[in-house]
Design a protein around this ligand. Structure first.
Ligand code: NCD
Length: 342
């Protein structure tokens, strides 16, 4: 695809070569994201960050990614702090904010809303999650993490065996990730969810058309032993009609040290888009796994910065200039960035 000036709304926009191009640029961002070097390639540029749903990682890492390229960030968070609360349309908001910004990141609870906004925007818009629909930058960072974790084990993305666990109906990260996996070969996909929270049929069909083996089940213990990646997710309670509806599924699949030792291959990589729900009623990914070297969740979150830097650099067409005028950092940076387990 042509990245320069494009909106990034859905992973359907990408072909495999595009993903590889993004990952190659993400690799080049490592010295900057890991605070060994500084670049000012986006000096003077403004990111309009519009987040109308709760967010920590996506909002802050998009912002940091832009800052690390030398740009400035203007944030709007929550409808209550925006003129949308006064009845302003997405069209008008997009027309206005795109005059103030060079690029926009947006999260909104309605599927399709980011497309509607992008259609009215005068600058590129990157989708930070539109309801239960899609979360393209998350899927890219998930796939980038899978690539790095599997590389450490002598493998690649093709032929991986992956289990997606939890709320596969409303979870936008797994929707986008499954669509991306359809660009790769011979993947074994295990979809573990309650029947009411199954992966949408059209996404399952896309994976089968890609030649992947897809198994849908409710039985975590019976199947989890045969995967390279166990990708757990949070119950998307905000998309349920009522709290009672959501409560019926809370805590249904719990991954903890005991379960992992009993049922998983000792090399299994553990992933989660985060936030994990650590309340006792849910606890889908227990803190007792925190010291497990295969727990990739924080490496995954760190990788988000590299991938988002790559997207900004490609869409704003500065990839070739990143290393111009770069220099070392002035401050103590420590060694906070972990490599995947061997
Ligand atoms: C996810 C999201 O917002 O879809 N979080 C994220 O962006 N890392 C997953 C979730 O909220 O459960």
């Amino acid at each position: 695809m042509q990245f320069a000036g494009s909106h990034i709304i859905s992973v359907d926009q990408f072909e495999r070569a595009d993903i590889e191009a993004i990952f190659a640029v993400a690799d080049r961002m490592e010295p900057y994201a890991h605070r060994r070097k500084i670049t000012r390639v986006l000096d003077g540029a403004i990111l309009g960050s519009m987040f109308f749903e709760p967010s920590t990682r996506t909002r802050v890492s998009f912002g940091c990614a832009f800052n690390l390229l030398g740009g400035h960030v203007r944030e709007t968070t929550g409808f209550e702090h925006s003129a949308i609360a006064k009845g302003e349309s997405l069209y008008d908001t997009a027309r206005v904010i795109s005059g103030y910004s060079d690029i926009i990141t947006m999260r909104h609870p309605e599927p399709g809303s980011v497309t509607e906004f992008a259609n009215a925007s005068r600058v590129p818009v990157l989708n930070g999650g539109d309801g239960s629909n899609e979360h393209p930058s998350q899927a890219l960072l998930d796939l980038y993490t899978i690539k790095l974790e599997m590389q450490g084990r002598g493998g690649g993305i093709d032929r991986i065996r992956i289990a997606l666990i939890g709320d596969l109906r409303f979870g936008r990260t797994v929707h986008s990730l499954c669509k991306l996996l359809s660009l790769y070969r011979d993947i074994d996909v295990l979809l573990i969810s309650p029947p009411e929270l199954k992966m949408p049929g059209e996404i399952v069909a896309t994976m089968r058309e890609a030649g992947h083996s897809v198994t849908e089940t409710e039985n975590l213990a019976a199947h989890i032993g045969n995967v390279d990646i166990a990708y757990s997710t949070r119950l998307q309670e905000e998309r349920f009609g009522s709290q009672e509806d959501a409560d019926r599924y809370r805590g249904r699949f719990r991954l903890n040290h005991h379960f992992y030792t009993q049922h998983c291959d000792p090399n299994t990589v553990i992933m989660h888009p985060l936030p994990r729900d650590s309340r006792a009623v849910a606890n889908e990914l227990d803190n007792d796994l925190n010291d497990n070297p295969n727990l990739a969740i924080f490496r995954q979150a760190d990788n988000g910065v590299l991938v988002r830097m790559a997207l900004f650099a490609m869409v704003l067409e500065v990839v070739d200039q990143i290393d111009n005028d770069s220099r070392g950092v002035n401050w103590y940076t420590g060694s906070r960035f972990q490599k995947p387990a061997p």
